[in-house]
Design a binder for this molecule. Structure first.
Ligand code: ATP
Length: 202
């Protein structure tokens, strides 16, 4: 658990995690990250924020947001203190983290915010929109991924690395398996596997 921070009146701050992504579709790697983050960071809440459109994947034709959200609901049903935050899909257009984190900071003005980011994205942080403002609003928590060196969180961002076993799963490989009709039972929670069979998304 992280050291608890205190506000000016000496009470312990709430810790809120933010985990964004396209989740196209959600897989066991995401679920594992959520579990480990809740535990290791001692989060009071973890907000899962599906993107409408990622700035990193501008050309990607994503599965419809409603389907990605439905699969996330199924995947996260058993995770206490984990909730879906639909602000990006409701805003539509390209989803920028600064808008999302500002909205969370307004909703939880007294909270300490932790923004989870895969090791594949961490080095790009200084190029994110309004990077200096973003760096002030949250602590960045880098999640190790197989095949990715774990970068030091770049200045001016503050951060730490999440412990736990990296999981060798990506949505891209999962989509390829689904398209090829290969079994996916080891890649997603059972309820998600069941739903994917009828959705024909990929
Ligand atoms: P794609 O293969 O389509 O690029 P993805 O599997 O990387 O997708 P995203 O929706 O882009 O999934 O992931 C959301 C966040 O979760 C990103 O920060 C990503 O780095 C992280 N993430 C995804 N899969 C894993 C994993 N297996 N281990 C750790 N982090 C992961």
């Amino acid at each position: 658990m992280s050291d608890s921070a205190l506000n000016s009146s000496g009470s312990i701050l709430q810790s809120i995690g933010i985990f964004g992504g396209t989740f196209d579709p959600v897989h066991n790697g995401h679920v594992m990250v959520a579990r480990v983050a809740l535990e290791e960071l001692g989060l009071n809440r973890l907000l899962i924020v599906p993107a409408a459109q990622s700035p990193f994947k501008p050309e990607a034709a994503l599965a419809p947001a409603a389907a990605r959200v439905e699969l996330l609901r199924l995947a996260l049903a058993d995770l206490q203190r984990c909730e879906l935050d639909l602000q990006e899909v409701e805003r539509e257009g390209v989803s920028y983290s600064i808008d999302t984190v500002r909205a969370v900071a307004e909703r939880f003005p007294e909270a300490q915010l932790f923004y989870l980011i895969g090791a594949d994205h961490a080095a790009t942080l200084p190029q994110w929109r309004e990077a200096p403002a973003l760096a002030e609003l949250a602590t960045f928590v880098v999640v190790p991924r197989p095949g990715e060196a774990v970068p030091v969180v770049p200045e001016p961002f503050r951060g730490q690395v999440l412990a736990g076993q990296p999981t060798d799963i990506s949505a891209r490989t999962l989509r390829a398996k689904l398209a090829a009709g290969e079994p996916i039972e080891d890649w997603v929670p059972p309820a998600v596997a069941e739903a994917l069979k009828t959705m024909h998304l990929y």
